[in-house]
Ligand binder design. Structure first.
Ligand SMILES: [Zn+2]
Ligand SMILES: [Zn+2]
Length: 269
């Protein structure tokens, strides 16, 4: 238990740095399904998003710590009003946080104003592990607010959030990595997890596939709500047609893009 606690207390930024380096090396030397241009420049442009997240770190920490402080002080939420074994409360909390992310993600695709900032994550035409860093700051806040809302409703324990983040960060890297995964991995884990080969379908240019596979950790929500789709990775064209071109892949263009009227390119064209 001591070991698990010390693992969960690791600084997410440290985990992130290690993952960036590990996956960069793996993607450089191991067999890849897609070739990418300047991998270093690509990483640099995407890393600049992470710099903003670092700067926002204390705001996000404030939102999270204040919310869980309230839940604890005022014993808010369902789990605090019924007798539930601690382990069950923790496990249910992790599942509910994932449920919140699924719906926030669907709204990101559903509402044009939210899509303007979420499309930044989808715009990467040469996806690799660093794409997991390309998240618009307001999108990150939106996901966090959803997680806090569901935490208040159900009285989720902060331990669930720690476990959720601990699984989530490596999972995001794995989902975007430009590596060939053995087929058996999908067979063994794909019945319950949102596997990399499934999340990559979510990054297909064709909107029929873009609007699918919204799940973060669990595949359950997409199966339950009928949004699960599949396509072989080798046939996927990553990104959005309206963001093709190196000028539109730069950090500066990306950061301004939610304020621009960028028309989606006709699917038929
Ligand atoms: Zn999306
Ligand atoms: Zn993604």
């Amino acid at each position: 238990m001591e070991f698990i606690n010390s693992l969960l207390e690791l600084d997410p930024n440290h985990i992130l740095f290690v993952l960036i380096i590990v996956f960069f090396v793996l993607e450089t030397f191991i067999n890849r399904p897609k070739s990418v241009g300047s991998k270093m420049n690509h990483l640099f442009q995407n890393f600049l998003f992470q710099v903003i997240v670092f700067a926002m770190g204390s705001l996000l920490a404030f939102i999270i710590i204040t919310t869980y402080g309230w839940i604890d002080d005022y014993q808010l939420g369902l789990f605090n009003s019924v007798a539930v074994p601690y382990w069950m409360k923790i496990a249910a909390g992790v599942i509910l946080l994932d449920f919140s992310d699924y719906w926030v993600h669907r709204w990101d695709h559903r509402f044009p104003l939210l899509w303007r900032q979420h499309r930044v994550h989808h715009s990467d035409t040469s996806m690799d592990a660093s794409t997991s860093l390309r998240v618009y700051p307001t999108d990150l806040i939106f996901f966090t607010v959803g997680e806090m809302a569901i935490s208040i409703i159900f009285g989720i324990d902060i331990m669930s959030m720690n476990i959720f983040l601990f699984i989530l960060i490596p999972m995001l890297f794995l989902q975007h990595t430009n590596l060939n995964y053995p087929v058996w991995i999908d067979k063994v884990f794909g019945w319950f997890l949102m596997m990399p080969n499934y999340h990559k379908v979510h990054h297909e240019q064709d909107q029929f596939y873009t609007d699918s596979n919204y799940g973060t950790l669990l595949i359950l929500w997409d199966k339950l709500f009928g949004t699960f789709k599949i396509k072989p990775v080798k046939e996927i064209n990553y990104g959005l047609k309206e963001f093709i071109g190196s000028d539109k892949q730069s950090f500066l263009f990306q950061i301004r893009s939610p304020f621009m009227n960028i028309r989606p390119v006709d699917k038929e064209s």
